[in-house]
Design a protein around this ligand. Structure first.
Ligand code: A2P
Length: 315
């Protein structure tokens, strides 16, 4: 396995198991199976509403495979309804309880969007949102720093942050985010963001690397392009006798970012980890480069129903 390294000496395995959309009843086995076949990085979030079951999977995976907690890298994310300074550590503690852990390796602010404290589900009206003037990101970030000081998390970062939002944050703090988790795949290269993050020593993690075809219909646009069926991806896969998913996963690794394909299927869980062995040539990477069309599967429009949040990605 390859790793992304941190200044403390910690190492994040570049391929992790995604758990967004992993349904209850399946995710415990998926996590346990992943640990069994060699995954050491699991990506979670409170809003996925499955952390209790993920926790069961981690517990079983550790026990049945004689793996130690310190050999795993566990990431989770602060949901939008707990951005106020007094709500961050309680939300983190709930996640730790659900995951049956006493620390996380990485905790991320899930979105640069704040909801009314404690709001269950998605906002239904203006009052369910708090603007970034009402709860500035720096307020949330300072509480994340405090969580790190208390030893509840080893590293802190953000997710879905544009260059502008990262700049705004790092202008106000000495403690830079260590990771930004964003959507990345051959239809969305985000070269400028990648370069900005490399310059400022912020690692990137790629979500939706396979196009997240299992999103709910409300989250899908009409006629979305398929990554797994893309002609170029399929052709490259054939030339290496691997699968299109493996090409997509290795593409992220080649760009120096970590990647968290989701699967609850044992065969595909194993296959996705084995992507590390696929050797993409410079020519393969060039062919994948021209696929960039700035297309997002997770377009953030669901937060743009209020005047408080427009243009989430600052584009
Ligand atoms: P499943 O969980 O049944 O394997 P993303 O990681 O971009 O969110 O994509 C997740 C989707 O991709 C899920 O529908 C998942 O289905 C599917 N998937 C995961 N691994 C593979 C694979 N190796 N080949 C094809 N589809 C896959």
């Amino acid at each position: 396995m390859k790793y992304l390294k941190f200044n403390t000496g910690s190492k994040m395995p570049v391929i992790g198991l995604g758990t967004w959309k992993s349904s209850p009843g399946k995710v415990k086995n998926a996590v346990e199976e992943a640990i069994k076949v060699g995954y050491r990085h699991i990506d979670c979030a409170a809003v996925y509403q499955n952390e209790k079951e993920v926790g069961e999977g981690i517990k079983a995976g550790l026990k049945n495979n004689q793996v130690k907690r310190e050999d795993l890298w566990i990431t989770s994310k602060l949901w939008n309804n707990a951005h106020k300074k007094e709500d961050v550590i309680p939300a983190l503690k709930q996640t730790l309880k659900d995951l049956q852990l006493d620390y996380l390796d990485l905790y991320l602010i899930h979105w640069p969007v704040a909801f009314r404290p404690g709001l269950e589900g998605f906002p239904e009206n203006e009052d369910d949102y708090l603007s970034l003037e009402e709860v500035p990101i720096i307020e949330t970030w300072n509480a994340m720093i405090e969580a790190k000081k208390q030893g509840l998390v080893k590293h802190i970062g953000v997710s879905n942050f544009s260059i502008k939002k990262l700049e705004d944050l790092i202008d106000q703090t000495e403690v830079f985010p260590e990771v930004n988790q964003v959507e990345l795949h051959p239809y969305l290269h985000q070269d400028d963001l990648l370069q900005f993050c490399q310059t400022h020593k912020v690692h990137l993690t790629a979500y939706s690397p396979l196009g997240s075809g299992d999103r709910s219909p409300q989250m899908k646009a009409d006629n979305e392009p398929s990554l797994l069926e893309n002609e170029t991806v399929v052709k490259i896969a054939k030339s290496h006798q691997c699968t299109p998913a493996q090409v997509l996963i290795k593409w992220s690794v080649e760009r120096g970012v970590s990647v968290i394909p989701k699967s609850t299927n044992p065969e595909r869980i194993k296959q996705n980890l084995a992507s590390i062995e696929v050797e993409l040539s410079a020519d393969d990477m060039n062919q994948l480069k021209v696929l960039d069309k700035h297309f997002r599967y997770v377009n953030g429009k669901f937060f743009e129903t209020t005047d408080k949040y427009q243009n989430i990605y600052d584009e």
